[in-house]
Design a protein around this ligand. Structure first.
Ligand SMILES: *Cc1c(COP(=O)(O)O)cnc(C)c1O
Length: 423
């Protein structure tokens, strides 16, 4: 089920008021939903050795959201300098940040190690040389190569640019050991929006197997394994929630087996984005136009600059119309934005309540990889972000982009150079 009934009940009665105050379009996130979900994860996955979620900052890089996640004990998965800066703005330091980059520059590694540092997760064996001095604690991202799991967004691991290959994994840790590393982690990320818990459980077993293999080969222990993100959310109304309890059971069993064979257990880390915030946000936009040509179009005041997923992945986002849940005339329409690209559609041939100009439309599950993927093509600016707080008040947590923002990078000191011909 998309946006929860609980959120719908709390949001719909106040939506007109919020829209009148802040104007449309906007994303609005639900503090209660995000906190409850974070607590559910902690309950399901807490182990004696320790569990920690490192929220994938790219999913919802908003300072206020990171603040509330941090207050739930969550750390951050960063992969760029701006993401590191954002995480540190909310007080994250060494243990609170996993720096999981790829195709990384020396500057990025320096930033990851400055200002309190982070846990460095290396994407390739060749990057070992970029770390001088070598850190005491190191993690490698493992790419398993040919196997069943993995899906369309991430693709086949053999074709994926990420991670250290199977043949390189023991040499990678051996080199790290030789350079002085004494604390070790192991990471992988081979799923995206996976709704079947068995695939994530299988990934966990795979990582534990690799931890055992490397551990025995080099006589080292792993402080943690990080099974990545990729836990899915039900975007479609007929999809069931991800079965966290079943995953928790399988993971515990895997850890028990590992302990029996290896005499210890590592901590369990995850770095989910989508499932932490995705269902706890919606995009609210107003109907501004209708158009009847070969199809009926409903034009709204948001466009793909606010939500790329339908255009980029053909992704389904459920749409509801407040106050129109029971009966009334319906129409099959395309819900479109104003961007000059024909894939700028939030819904294609969707059966919806017949919509009048001025009505509010709620596009579900935009709390992750929604606003964050926004862009400015065609001079389309990005909308504001709001937070529905547990105290019932609504807070602006990012203003909308303005024309000044669009023009900001055109204000610079003139710089014209004459290349020396053929020198
Ligand atoms: C994007 C990403 C995540 C989060 O993925 P979700 O599907 O949002 O859970 C986690 N780890 C890495 C390395 C990523 O690139």
């Amino acid at each position: 089920m998309p946006m929860s009934e609980d959120l719908r009940r709390r949001l719909e009665p106040i939506l007109d008021d919020i829209a009148a105050h802040f104007g449309t379009p906007f994303h609005i996130y639900d503090e209660k939903g995000i906190r409850d979900n974070a607590k559910a994860f902690a309950q399901h996955f807490q182990t004696p050795e320790g569990y920690r979620e490192y929220f994938a900052v790219k999913a919802l890089p908003n300072r206020r959201i990171l603040e509330l996640l941090a207050s739930e004990g969550i750390g951050f998965d960063c992969s760029s300098i701006p993401e590191l800066v954002l995480a540190r703005m909310v007080g994250a330091a060494e243990d609170d940040i996993m720096f999981t980059s790829n195709n990384t520059t020396s500057e990025e590694f320096e930033a990851a190690r400055a200002d309190g540092g982070s846990i460095i997760n290396l994407d390739d064996i060749s990057l070992i040389d970029k770390l001088n001095p070598f850190p005491e604690r190191i993690c490698f991202r493992y790419n398993p190569g040919a196997r069943r799991t993995g899906n369309a967004i991430i693709g086949n691991p053999v074709e994926a640019k990420y991670g250290v290959s199977h043949d390189q994994i023991v040499p990678a840790y051996r080199q790290a050991l030789q350079r002085g590393a004494r604390r070790f982690g192991l990471h992988t990320m081979v799923a995206s929006n996976e709704l079947d818990y068995r695939h994530i459980a299988e990934t966990t077993r795979m990582l534990l197997d690799i931890a055992a293999l490397v551990g025995q080969a080099l006589d080292i222990r792993f402080e943690f394994i990080n099974i990545g993100g990729g836990i899915g959310i039900p975007y479609q109304p007929d999809q069931a929630d991800f079965d966290l309890a079943a995953l928790s059971r399988e993971i515990r069993q895997g850890f028990t087996d590992f302990r029996r064979r290896n005499g210890y257990t590592p901590q369990l880390f995850m770095e989910c984005g989508r499932c932490m915030t995705g269902p706890h946000g919606v995009l609210v936009t107003r109907v501004i136009n209708h158009k009847d040509t070969y199809r009926r179009y409903v034009g709204v005041d948001a466009c793909m600059s606010a939500l790329m997923r339908p255009a980029m992945y053909g992704a389904y986002h459920h749409i509801s119309v407040p106050g129109r849940n029971n009966g009334g005339p319906r129409q099959t329409v395309d819900v479109v934005g104003a961007l000059c690209e024909n894939n700028d559609k939030f819904a294609v041939q969707r059966d919806l309540p017949a919509l009048a100009a001025g009505e509010l439309v709620v596009i579900h599950d935009t709390g992750a990889h929604g606003h964050a993927m926004g862009f400015n093509y065609n001079g389309r600016l990005q909308p504001k972000e709001l937070l529905l707080r547990t105290d019932g008040r609504v807070e602006l947590i990012r203003r909308e982009q303005r024309i000044e923002d669009y023009l900001a990078t055109l204000a610079f000191r003139p710089d014209i150079m004459q290349p020396s011909a053929g020198a």
